[in-house]
Design a protein around this ligand. Structure first.
Ligand code: SIN
Length: 188
């Protein structure tokens, strides 16, 4: 699959006729909402786990030294917690550009913390995208994150901001918090 997913995402017209759409964010979309939204609510999606398995060439790393950012991997029975945003379809132009390094829009059921559910969208970078890095030990992931940096800033700040945002949501994410602990062993 091409490195740039903008054209593929523009063909995803499922919600084009809707006035508003719920978008589920589980990574930087939790802590960096640089787009207009009508409302936001803590939420989760089922059967996915958050993993620092996606390479970042355009935001938190470079082609020569990619960073690592989160994507979702299938995990039957798991719940991934994050933040849902009610947005208008025009906002997708900005989001498709922001998430162009391998992420595809996918329709999913979103469950709000009060138990209500709604169908919405999530951006997922699947393992067949060119920037996918896949599994590594949490220590190796922390080592890579410690040294990577790109146009959106230091990769370590992405990790620390995500860990902070998850704590604010009252969420315990063993994978993210383990990488955060290992990060402390690597120089700034
Ligand atoms: C997301 O936050 O939902 C997608 C991954 C990212 O942009 O970090």
């Amino acid at each position: 699959m091409s490195l740039n997913t903008i054209t593929i995402n523009q063909r995803m017209d499922k919600f084009d006729a809707h006035h508003s759409v719920w978008l589920f964010g589980y990574g930087s979309l939790i802590f960096k909402a640089d787009f207009p939204y009508i409302e936001r609510r803590p939420a989760s999606i089922a059967n996915w786990a958050r993993r620092f398995w996606q390479g970042s060439h355009d935001h938190r790393g470079t082609e020569a030294a990619p960073g690592r950012v989160v994507t979702l991997v299938p995990a039957p029975g798991a719940l991934c917690a994050g933040m849902a945003y009610l947005i208008t379809p025009e906002v997708f132009a900005h989001l498709d550009h922001r998430e162009k390094n391998g992420y595809l829009r996918l329709a999913t059921d979103i469950r709000f913390d009060d138990g209500d559910t709604v169908e919405g969208l999530v951006y997922i970078a699947t393992e067949d995208n060119a920037a996918f890095l896949g599994a590594a030990t949490e220590r190796d992931i922390a080592r890579q994150i410690a040294s990577a940096s790109g146009p959106s800033g230091r990769n370590r700040d992405y990790l620390l901001d995500l860990a902070h945002a998850l704590r604010e949501l009252g969420q315990d994410d063993a994978h993210v918090f383990a990488i955060e602990r290992h990060l402390a062993d690597f120089a700034k």
